[in-house]
Design a protein. Structure first.
Length: 157
């Protein structure tokens, strides 16, 4: 019964804050991205997507940087849910942003394969910061959320 109560509160939030940004980023990348994506060498693009993407165009930042930011947003939100009520939550979330930015910087200096893009760093900082702001507004950092979780266990409905 307690698990049901927690799941009905958690699943919609998980879907909106974690799954939807991943799917939106994937959709943008598949519909507007290059036809030379390595994925398409192994898995053909479904016909409905192939016909949908014909004649579509968008700015490069929308195609390449926004999905990266959305995926980081999703990761930060997932970390908040995993670490909910724990003091290390904000550390885990900022570490995700730091690792994403660090990865981009290491690309700049040739330590990691890939193409450095300053707009990726901007997307990481903006959407990662936005995720943390939404988490803070939603009360993920407060002790009351931890207290509410304990009460939910002690008083199942």
């Amino acid at each position: 019964m307690v698990e049901d109560n927690l799941m009905t509160k958690t699943l919609p939030s998980l879907f909106i804050t974690v799954i939807c940004p991943i799917l939106l980023g994937l959709f943008i990348y598949l519909v507007f991205g290059s036809k030379d994506i390595l994925l398409f060498h192994y898995i053909p693009l479904p016909d409905f997507l192939a016909s949908f993407r014909e004649g579509k165009s968008a700015p490069d930042w929308f195609i390449y940087n926004l999905p990266d930011g959305l995926w980081l947003y999703s990761l930060v939100q997932a970390m908040a849910k995993i670490w909910k009520g724990h003091k290390g939550s904000i550390i885990a979330q900022t570490a995700c942003i730091g690792l994403a930015v660090g990865h981009e910087v290491l690309q700049k200096f040739g330590y990691i394969l890939g193409t450095f893009d300053l707009l990726d760093i901007l997307a990481y900082c903006l959407l990662g910061g936005l995720a943390i702001a939404f988490i803070k507004i939603g009360g993920e950092y407060t002790k009351t959320s931890k207290k509410a979780l304990k009460e939910s266990y002690n008083n199942p409905q």
